[in-house]
Design a binder for this molecule. Structure first.
Ligand SMILES: *Cc1c(COP(=O)(O)O)cnc(C)c1O
Length: 372
């Protein structure tokens, strides 16, 4: 059997160990310390200095805190892109609030502006204005930033920008993670850079990040004794893991180039097959190409390719199953146009690691060519 090709494995630079050693030497084995501060500064510099960054234990924790900061509580409604990973939605339910799912458009595969406006108007008509909009840059492709922002502004609803898959992507030269009222990043093991597990909350307002830090460290009031007047969480990032993040930040640009190179390779090698469609970058959109995805003409064809890849020990995955189709979420309101259902039927994620070799990429495309 050929060796396993993974979808999106971790890719260390070699620098991480130095930062981890520093944490051990200084005994900062805690959810605070110089690596945490350093990692936050690295991210702040990368995103632009007007952003405040708080390093957390996961992207999910960042989303949870974002909802709390916006004031989402029991029985509130929060709009969420249906085509996403479940972590975008779960924190809405942690707050006792209701997810309202909105479909995608076919250009970026993200939140559809028309459906978004239909949903907002209908929720208001039914008596409740949504408290927030969770918009996702899926697979690294930015959502339609201008259209979505302008609708959110018109109705005065804050955007939580789920940039978990899009560190390094940009729209009109501006980095993903800087568009929402609050944005989140993830450094899970499968993301473009990793701390094994981790996340960050980003905003343009210092008081929001101060509050995020307060909530993430058990909401301790300023007092000599342990004084609490609010419910807190244990969501801060470990100083050991932040050391991995610091080593990864040194090669982020390289990782983006490598992922984008995967896309170009797949595109060049497979574009002659008319039955395969790629997710192209519209003008002004720049994707980190976290995962290269393809669309096939039918579910049967997609499944045949998936099976052939599995038989050759090559990991692959259908596109995210829309949240409105998930057993746990299927009873919540949704505003659909058929796009996310169709993408789910016909789409496939190909191995996209930044450490994928030429030989491995060829193994993938050989299998696909063989099916055709
Ligand atoms: C990975 C991911 C998250 C969650 O991040 P974790 O760090 O794994 O908690 C949220 N949203 C999307 C779209 C993701 O891909």
């Amino acid at each position: 059997m050929d060796s396993k090709i993974w979808l999106s494995p971790p890719h260390m630079s070699g620098k991480e160990q130095q930062y981890i050693n520093k944490a051990f030497q200084s005994n900062w084995i805690a959810p605070l310390g110089p690596n945490v501060d350093g990692f936050e500064n690295d991210l702040k510099k990368y995103l632009g200095d007007s952003s405040y960054v708080t390093a957390l234990s996961s992207g999910t924790a960042a989303l949870h805190l974002a909802l709390i900061l916006i004031g989402v509580t029991k029985n509130d409604e929060v709009i969420c892109q249906s085509k996403t990973f479940s972590a975008s939605v779960n924190p809405i339910v942690y707050q006792g609030a209701l997810p309202i799912f909105v479909d995608s458009e076919p250009i970026t595969w993200n939140l559809c502006p028309e459906q978004l406006e239909i949903a907002i108007k209908d929720r208001i008509k039914k008596g409740k204005k949504p408290k927030a909009i969770i918009a996702v840059h899926l697979y690294g492709m930015p959502y339609k930033v201008e259209e979505i922002s302008s609708i959110a502004q018109q109705y005065n609803i804050p955007i939580i920008e789920d940039s978990a898959e899009a560190l390094g992507s940009s729209y009109k030269g501006k980095k993903c993670g800087t568009f929402g009222d609050i944005a989140i990043l993830s450094f899970n093991g499968n993301k473009i850079i990793t701390t094994s597990g981790g996340g960050a909350l980003i905003s343009k307002k210092k008081h929001l990040n101060d509050k995020a830090l307060f909530l993430a460290t058990q909401a301790r009031d300023e007092a000599i004794e342990y004084l609490h007047s609010e419910i807190g969480y244990n969501y801060r990032m470990s100083n050991v893991l932040a050391g991995i993040g610091r080593g990864q930040m040194e090669v982020l640009e390289k990782r983006i180039e490598q992922r984008r190179h995967n896309f170009v390779f797949y595109y060049k090698t497979l574009q002659y097959i008319e039955d395969i469609e790629f997710l192209n970058e519209p003008k002004h959109f720049h994707s980190n190409r976290w995962l290269t995805t393809i669309l096939l003409p039918s579910k049967e064809k997609r499944n045949r390719i998936a099976k052939a890849l599995n038989e050759k020990n090559i990991e692959n995955r259908p596109l995210w199953k829309p949240m409105h189709q998930q057993p746990v979420f299927k009873n919540y309101p949704c505003y659909l146009n058929g796009v996310s259902d169709d993408l789910f039927e016909r789409g496939l994620c190909l191995p996209s690691g930044s450490n994928l070799t030429e030989k491995e990429r060829n193994r993938v495309t050989d299998v696909i060519k063989n099916v055709f």
